[in-house]
Ligand binder design. Structure first.
Ligand code: ZN
Length: 141
């Protein structure tokens, strides 16, 4: 129970004080994705330098799960190579399947582990990560 409270606090903190929310002027990879079942919309912008995500920003509207997940994801992938970022995305998929995954670099993400008990919300949590995958896929040569 205490753990759930802690997780909820982390999620609400990211929802109310989102990290990396906004848009960037610099040349960037832009991905728009929707989750129609909930009404979440996200625009993800990635700044990419030689296969590394040097900056990430997001904008959009949605529920607390989708927006807090986007806030955490953008924090976690900054400075990561494409391979490292995709590894994180795979880890997040595992988290959504209820696997005991740890995010050593950015533990806040583990606060979303409880979402796997609510199948309807998994799409909310994975929206930002799917946008990340799409952005990386479109930028691979
Ligand atoms: Zn949602």
């Amino acid at each position: 129970m205490q753990l759930d409270d802690l997780y909820r606090r982390v999620i609400m903190d990211h929802y109310k004080n989102p990290r990396n929310r906004g848009t960037m002027d610099a040349e960037s990879v832009t991905i728009n994705l929707n989750n129609p079942t909930c009404g979440d919309r996200i625009t993800l912008q990635l700044q990419v330098v030689e296969g590394t995500v040097t900056d990430a920003k997001f904008s959009g509207e949605g529920c607390s799960i989708s927006l807090s997940s986007a806030s955490m994801m953008t924090e976690a992938v900054k400075g990561k190579t494409f391979d490292e970022a995709l590894e994180l995305a795979d880890k997040f998929s595992g988290l959504m399947k209820g696997e005991p995954v740890e995010f050593d670099d950015y533990e806040d993400i583990e606060a979303l582990s409880g979402v796997n008990k609510f199948p309807a919300r998994i799409k909310c949590a994975t929206l930002a990560w799917n946008a990340l995958r799409k952005g990386i896929d479109s930028n691979r040569e």
